[in-house]
Design a protein around this ligand. Structure first.
Ligand code: SER
Length: 378
């Protein structure tokens, strides 16, 4: 399945379960001063969770453009992204834990064709109900793990000051022997063990889907009153799902990124497998080029503060890494065009604003010339 088919299959599955499909909102959050950039599928639905507005349907589904600034400096490894897509299904006073967990297992199994025996699950350490429900939906106890707030609580303490929040349960995909694991006895979801023989971090499990049981509203003063009604907010990392379904080595081996890497290789005249340094630089150029195209298509322009500064950092970091590859000619515009070819059907704003994206990239590139001349070549 190509990535467009996978996204469509997810949204169609939830439509067939009574959900209405909602378009991704802009990366610039609308009417939400608590956030710099949209960082999850639930952002556009906050007023529905808090009870301030009534949703068009008590069941919604979306594929949401999301951006997390915390990971900018990690980009270039095999897993971190700035802009990613979050697949989600949402309930506002309709189904709760039982329904959300049943949908998650069934969607992965029946719509995506993944074998249930490869799923492992987590719950918040105090959530016995969720623990029992995973069993009810076919996950055996030896594959259910309990974690504390750091892993299994979602909400504003981490992602903003104020808003709906609650405990979570997650589904992880277990690659078994197909990926290099740590081989240690305590291996499981969220494993960060280092394999004693290879020195590599365990890659056996990948977290696919986070199911948040929305029950509380965090106020800026720290109080946590219950929401007027319970809700479900789920988020599945689209790129990770594509890695699993396309059996790719990592995100850069999927059809979302491989054409971008090939484009960088063609412009740079290098092979991405030449060395670890070349591979890392190419990933940064491809990833930041993609994220920049999305930000600009949503109306972000480079500046020295706020979201404009995030964009400026991306463009300048991409230019710095491009110089390491010996790329001096304009290249971000080419990457943006390739992104539009891959994702323009799902996100028409990329096509509608193609010229604007090209103009902004050109102006920023000219502004930045000279800034990165000192970059060391790979
Ligand atoms: N809001 C949750 C997350 O971002 C689930 O969508 O993981």
């Amino acid at each position: 399945m190509n990535s467009n088919e996978i996204r469509e299959r997810f949204l169609s599955y939830f439509e067939s379960q009574g959900h209405s499909r909602v378009a991704s909102s802009s990366l610039i959050p609308v009417g939400d001063p608590t956030l710099l950039l949209t960082n999850a599928g639930m952002v556009q639905f906050k007023p529905y969770f808090s009870g301030e507005a009534t949703p068009p349907n008590r069941r919604l589904t979306s594929s949401q453009k999301s951006f997390r600034t915390v990971d900018i400096d990690e980009v270039g490894d095999a897993t971190h992204l700035t802009m990613f897509e979050m697949l989600g299904n949402f309930s506002f006073g309709d189904y709760f834990k039982d329904g959300a967990m049943e949908f998650a297992v069934d969607c992965l199994e029946s719509a995506m064709g993944l074998p249930r025996e490869n799923f492992s699950a987590t719950v918040h350490e105090g959530d016995d109900e969720a623990y029992d429900l995973w069993q009810k939906h076919g996950i055996p106890t030896e594959r259910i793990y309990r974690f504390g707030d750091a892993d299994n609580w979602w909400g504003p303490p981490i992602h903003g000051d104020e808003g709906p929040c609650g405990p979570c349960a997650e589904l992880h995909y277990d690659f078994g022997d197909a990926r290099p694991g740590c081989g240690l006895d305590d291996c499981g979801p969220n494993c960060e063990n280092v394999n004693p023989d290879t020195g590599l971090v365990c890659q056996r499990y990948v977290e696919l889907w986070n199911l948040v049981f929305m029950q509380f509203y965090r106020n800026p003063d720290g109080s946590l009153p219950p929401l007027p009604q319970t809700g479900i907010d789920t988020g599945m990392g689209f790129e990770r799902l594509v890695v699993v379904l396309q059996d790719a080595e990592d995100i850069y081996g999927t059809d979302l990124f491989l054409p971008l890497i090939r484009k960088v290789e063609a412009i740079a005249g290098h092979d991405s497998e030449e060395s670890a340094e070349v591979r890392q630089a190419m990933r940064v150029v491809a990833e930041h080029g993609r994220s920049s195209a999305f930000l600009i298509a949503d109306g972000v322009v480079p500046s020295n503060d706020g979201r404009g500064y995030v964009l400026r950092r991306l463009v300048r970091r991409a230019i710095r890494h491009a110089r390491r590859l010996g790329m001096d000619e304009p290249f971000l515009g080419d990457i943006a065009d390739a992104v539009t070819d891959i994702m323009g059907d799902a996100y028409p704003e990329l096509r509608n604003n193609r010229d604007f994206v090209q103009t902004v990239i050109k102006l920023e590139k000219n502004d930045s010339v000279g800034l990165s001349r000192t970059a060391t070549r790979c």
